[in-house]
Design a protein around this ligand. Structure first.
Ligand code: ARG
Length: 403
């Protein structure tokens, strides 16, 4: 095994990463620095500090990354209307490059030669962490204990904890829990009964959205302000990016917006089934498309839609810090110069529907489209020629086919 001098571990304070911390200290016999980030997962961070202290960690890093997460990762992605396989809002995918960026930053600061993460060998997250580290600092090694140690089952994991006096909370003693990943953008739940895609997900997997049957009978109307493609206010009140997303999560959760039961194709090769809850993201996607509908030129909008699946796949596959993602981002960001204005939506029993939109930069012309008499010069004879020429090749083709 290669000699490692110092490791920065992505540490949640949960059972798995506590075991990983111990295993790293034992296996490499070197200093481990822990890094715990608040991405809006809704968990206290101080318990992680206490646990790291108990494990003898001298350098404990804790950071609130919520604003950076939303303004530098979630909002740029939303500008693209990114969806993986047509449906997934990429809530886990977009968080990994941010965590990797901070792991690398701390590693450089403290002179560590490796970073470590608790992602398993079958998932996408290991790829996302490691490709990001590769792209940010090729001199830093990555340690993935789940791929290296001999622990192969939940039982063995608990045994290791007992043996090393790592406290196992009572709810973690029985069968394996769901695998949950949460942040300000989403909650993702996988594993257990969800592994059978033919089985309906039990109600208790949902954590941040109410059941549509229990949602209020009265719809709620909200107005979102956009500037250059990014949301900046709700109901006329300006807020920071993280505060806005928090607010939309609250609103969406109450009205059951943003639930998704999906079978997706993992980059590593297998299909997996997961339950996603992305209340705020779902509202913002609808609203962003609403404001784009009046502010983007047709060809610009269609080009964005063409590259979107490619862009989403890059993020899903872990290529956030790759040159081609940055190139596409430049194109997307350029398109947003006039994507400003206000969109009003109705939240009602699981849906977030755009009901009106307005912009000082609107390309929409009621005068041009109206069925009534219009002041704008539009020669109806032009349409005749337009259709005649577009139909030219269709007439030749149909005649040849003998229709
Ligand atoms: N399958 C999703 C993705 O790759 C979520 C992964 C993390 N979620 C989890 N419950 N462990 O983006």
């Amino acid at each position: 095994m290669t000699k490692i001098e110092k490791i920065v571990l992505s540490y949640s304070g949960g059972l798995d990463t506590s075991i990983i911390l111990k295993w790293l200290q034992e296996t490499y016999g070197c200093e481990v620095v822990t890094f715990t980030a608040d991405l809006g997962q809704g968990e206290e961070l101080e318990p992680a500090r206490a646990k790291a202290e108990m494990a003898g960690v001298k350098d404990i890093r804790i950071a609130d990354l919520r604003e950076e997460f939303v303004s530098d990762f979630v909002f740029p992605m939303l500008r693209a209307n990114a969806l993986y396989e047509g449906q997934y809002l990429l809530g886990s995918s977009i968080a990994r490059p941010l965590i990797a960026k901070h792991l690398v930053g701390i590693a450089r600061e403290v002179g560590a030669d490796a970073v470590a993460h608790g992602a398993t060998g079958k998932g996408n997250d290991q790829i996302r962490f490691e490709l990001a580290v590769n792209a940010l600092d090729p001199s830093i090694k990555v340690i993935a204990p789940w791929r290296q140690w001999n622990i192969r089952s939940r039982m063995q994991l608990l045994e290791y904890a007992e043996k090393h006096h790592i406290p196992v909370p009572s709810d973690k003693r029985g069968e394996a829990p769901f695998s949950i990943d949460a942040n300000l953008l989403h909650t993702s739940t996988e594993g257990k009964s969800l592994e059978n895609p033919a089985e309906v997900a039990p109600d208790h997997v949902y954590q941040r959205t109410v059941d549509p049957f229990d949602a209020p009978d009265a719809p709620e109307i909200i107005t979102i302000g956009f500037e250059r493609g990014d949301p900046v206010s709700v109901n006329g009140k300006a807020m920071t990016p993280a505060a806005l997303l928090t607010e939309f999560n609250e609103l969406g959760g109450r009205h059951s917006v943003g639930r998704l039961d999906l079978v997706e194709n993992r980059f590593i090769g297998m299909k997996s089934r997961g339950i996603y809850e992305t209340p705020g993201g779902t509202i913002l996607l609808a609203a962003h498309r609403g404001i784009e509908s009046i502010t983007l030129d047709r060809a610009a909008a269609h080009l964005k839609d063409e590259i979107m699946p490619r862009y989403a796949e890059l993020i899903y596959n872990g290529f956030w810090f790759a040159p081609e993602r940055e190139m596409l981002q430049a194109l997307i960001d350029h398109s947003q110069a006039f994507v400003s204005g206000e969109v009003t939506l109705r939240l009602y029993k699981g849906s977030a529907s755009v009901i009106s939109r307005a912009s000082p930069c609107s390309l929409y012309s009621a005068d041009l489209v109206t069925f009534e008499e219009s002041a704008i010069a539009f020669d109806h004879h032009d349409a005749e020629g337009f259709i005649r020429l577009n139909g030219l090749r269709l007439r030749s083709w149909a005649a040849r086919n003998g229709r």
